[in-house]
Structures are given as structure tokens and as C-alpha cells.
Design a protein around this ligand. Structure first.
Ligand SMILES: [Zn+2]
Length: 65
């Protein structure tokens, strides 16, 4: 009696857009649904870092001459 076990895939909600994501090893973007959603989250983090690093520097071309 060899019954084929149905692969029960666990699903989670994408933290970025809320879409259902299959929690499988093949999905390297989990818990996000796609690279785009993962990038959105990372982008927010990166911009936060950039803000800290950004200083009040004048542009290379100053038009007020
Ligand atoms: Zn998503």
C-alpha cells in the first residue's frame, strides 16, 4: 500500500503586501512573495541608513554665482 502523500505546503502572508507565500525551500524570498517585496523592505532599511550618512553638502555645480 503505497499511497502518495500530498505535499502539504505551508503558506505565510507576505510581510510587504500580504499575499500568500508558499513556505518552501525553493522560495528563497520567503517570507516575502517576491524579490520585489523583499527589495521594498530592504530599500526602506537602506534609505534609513543613507539618511544617517547623508550630510548637508553643497552640490558640485552651485548656480548662485
Ligand atoms: Zn509580497
Amino acid at each position: 500500500m503505497a499511497t502518495l502523500k500530498p505535499a502539504k505546503v505551508r503558506t505565510v502572508a507576505c510581510p510587504s503586501c500580504g499575499a500568500l507565500v508558499e513556505w518552501v525551500p525553493e522560495n528563497r524570498y520567503r517570507p516575502f512573495c517576491s524579490a520585489r517585496c523583499k527589495g521594498v523592505d530592504f530599500g526602506a532599511w537602506a534609505s534609513e541608513q543613507y539618511r544617517v550618512e547623508a550630510t548637508d553638502e553643497p552640490g558640485p555645480d552651485d548656480p548662485s554665482e
